[in-house]
Write a protein that binds this ligand. Structure first.
Ligand code: NA7
Length: 542
């Protein structure tokens, strides 16, 4: 790492987004500094090391497509990649494309201020001083700012207290321990079955039940992988421009990728059951593509939700426990769907207890455990599977100050405002990768990252070619985009999940705004392509 203080670009974060961004900027011949808070590359896949941590999208498409050689040579062991495999992959990418030497690790960006006079960003860090750059690219991820609830007496707890996203490097051994897990989103649902296998006793503290589908994860069949790799470009293209839920199914041939064109409302009870049973058996999130309107109408959605509730009733032996595990307050898929291995069956174990926090809330932590309304439960370890200040959290954790001294936290006090989730009016030469207002968490994130990185790199190359040094989204384009993001969600059921992190509802005081852009059939990519083709309409370049 050269000891320079001035760069063409600073990239904040070294996960999937940051690594590819650095690679593209290198190709453009730009001097680039990556800044990463963790000790190594990986982003969410560096930090989320809890038992069972893994991806809910299939590894063959939750991976880079920019290098044909990498794509062909890399061998994914499982259908859904597990965290250690994802981390190995990202470490390999950092080596293969010689990216590490551009990155300062264990360094956190604390602030970035734009100076209009010199047209540069001044990027401040917690331990390496500050750096100047013409461009700043926020590759900070959507799920990297942890949500640690402030339970009274938390500091008094004498046992081990871990957040799933800040898991130690070494595996944690729960053998013989009494453990409480707080939270039943993806992180809780992935870790609970494995913690239950080790712990003397596991108490699951559930506030809201979530829908979870069997992953049916396992080793990838070599013959299947070979055939898919022969057809990789076509497959990727399908994912890039496919329907929203078309990216979750690698168990069936490529031509069956699209969601079934049939409406659930028009199917007979037998047809509904057959389709759901088939997809339940094959596993993964593509369950939701069984019918064309599951995510659009209450009636269609209820058929899928009822099916899953019936499955819970069939798997969980104690009818009271089964009922507590059944989600009833939101449409299936309106909150992030979880996929699991033995989640519901875990509640049949003698050493597992489910507490319904809606009936028996947490009063405080105590030195020995958790005080519920009904009394104290003593534990040796508490696992906080309580999620993230999603999408905007990582950006607002940094003091971002744009031209004219505008502060991002002030600008976004009523919710995020971006143009395309890529640029922010008042913040010249700053780009966000998978920012609020882009498909991000509702899409195949790696494919979306590649699209954003390519768009940003092409834009910077265009500016270079045209001797332009400054780009800023207009307020009018931003206002229009914020409206479009809101309207795009209206055709779907997402907003009916009132307490989802898509809406910011899991963080006290956070504005309730639906943050991702709900894409359909690759519309978002086409919009971004058109903006670029029209010389970056909606941005002012000078
Ligand atoms: P999630 O999906 O936000 O889940 C967090 C869970 O923690 C959820 O069940 C919450 O209940 C629960 N929670 C949060 N705060 C509290 C308090 N104060 N008391 C009790 N329970 C609480 O986060 P994950 O890490 O599981 O998954 C995030 C994403 O990562 C996931 O969707 C994938 O995309 C990968 P609530 O529902 O708010 O009642």
């Amino acid at each position: 790492m050269q000891d320079a203080r001035s760069f063409d670009a600073v990239v904040v974060g070294a996960g999937f987004a940051g690594l590819y961004m650095i690679h593209r900027l290198k190709q453009l011949g730009m001097s680039t500094l990556g800044i990463e808070a963790a000790e190594d590359v990986g982003g969410v896949w560096y930090r989320n090391r809890y038992p069972g941590a893994g991806c809910d999208m299939e590894s063959l498409v939750y991976s880079y497509s920019f290098s044909k050689e990498l794509e062909q040579e890399w061998e994914w062991p499982h259908r859904f990649a597990r965290q250690p495999d994802l981390l190995s992959y990202l470490r390999h990418v950092a080596e293969r494309f010689d990216l590490r030497r551009h990155i300062k690790f264990e360094t956190r960006v604390t602030a970035a201020r734009y100076d209009e006079a010199s047209q540069t960003w001044n990027v401040e860090t917690n331990r390496e001083g500050s750096f100047k750059a013409r461009f700043v690219i926020m590759a900070t991820g959507c799920l990297s700012a942890t949500n640690v609830p402030s339970f009274e007496g938390m500091e008094a707890f004498r046992g081990l207290c871990l957040h799933t996203c800040d898991w130690p490097q070494e595996p944690v051994d729960f053998t013989g321990k009494r453990v409480a897990v707080i939270g039943t989103g993806s992180s809780g649902i992935q870790s609970i079955p494995l913690i239950a296998q080790q712990a003397a006793h596991l108490t699951v503290l559930q506030r809201t039940p979530n829908f979870s589908l069997p992953a049916n994860n396992g080793p990838l069949d070599a013959d299947f992988v070979r055939k898919l790799k022969e057809n990789y470009p076509a497959y990727r293209e399908k994912v890039r421009y496919g329907e929203l839920f078309g990216d979750g199914d690698l168990c069936v041939p490529i031509e069956s990728l699209d969601p079934a064109p049939v409406s659930a409302s028009e199917a007979s009870p037998e047809e509904l059951d057959r389709a759901y049973e088939d997809r339940w058996r094959r596993g993964g999130g593509f369950f939701i593509g069984a019918f064309s309107d599951i995510m659009n109408t209450d009636e269609a959605n209820a058929t899928a939700a009822d099916f899953v509730r019936r499955k819970i009733a069939a798997i969980v032996k104690d009818p009271r426990v089964a009922k507590t595990l059944m989600p009833t307050d939101h449409p299936l898929g309106a909150k992030r769907l979880c996929i699991d291995t033995n989640y519901y069956a875990t509640f049949n174990r003698d050493n597992v207890t489910l507490v319904n926090l809606r009936e028996d809330p947490i009063r405080s932590m105590t030195p020995n455990g958790v005080m519920l309304a009904s009394g104290e439960i003593e534990v040796d370890a508490i696992v906080l599977a309580t999620g993230f200040d999603a999408i905007t959290g990582p950006l607002l954790a940094i003091d971002l100050v744009g031209g004219n001294g505008q502060i991002l936290r002030d600008k976004w006090q009523n919710g995020p405002r971006t143009y395309l989730g890529l640029g922010i009016a008042g913040f010249p030469n700053l780009f966000t990768i998978t920012g609020p207002g882009s498909p991000s968490v509702l899409s195949n994130t790696v494919m979306s990252i590649e699209q954003h990185v390519d768009w940003i790199a092409d834009c910077i190359a265009y500016m270079k070619r045209s001797s332009l040094s400054r780009i800023e989204a207009t307020v009018a384009a931003e206002d229009d985009w914020v409206r479009q993001v809101d309207e795009a969600a209206d055709a779907w059921l997402y907003k009916k999940a009132k307490n989802s992190w898509y809406m910011g509802a899991n963080i006290p005081g956070k504005p309730r705004v639906f943050m991702p852009y709900v894409d359909s059939g690759g519309a978002y990519r086409r919009i971004c392509d058109r903006v670029a083709a029209n010389r970056y309409e909606g941005f002012i370049l000078s």
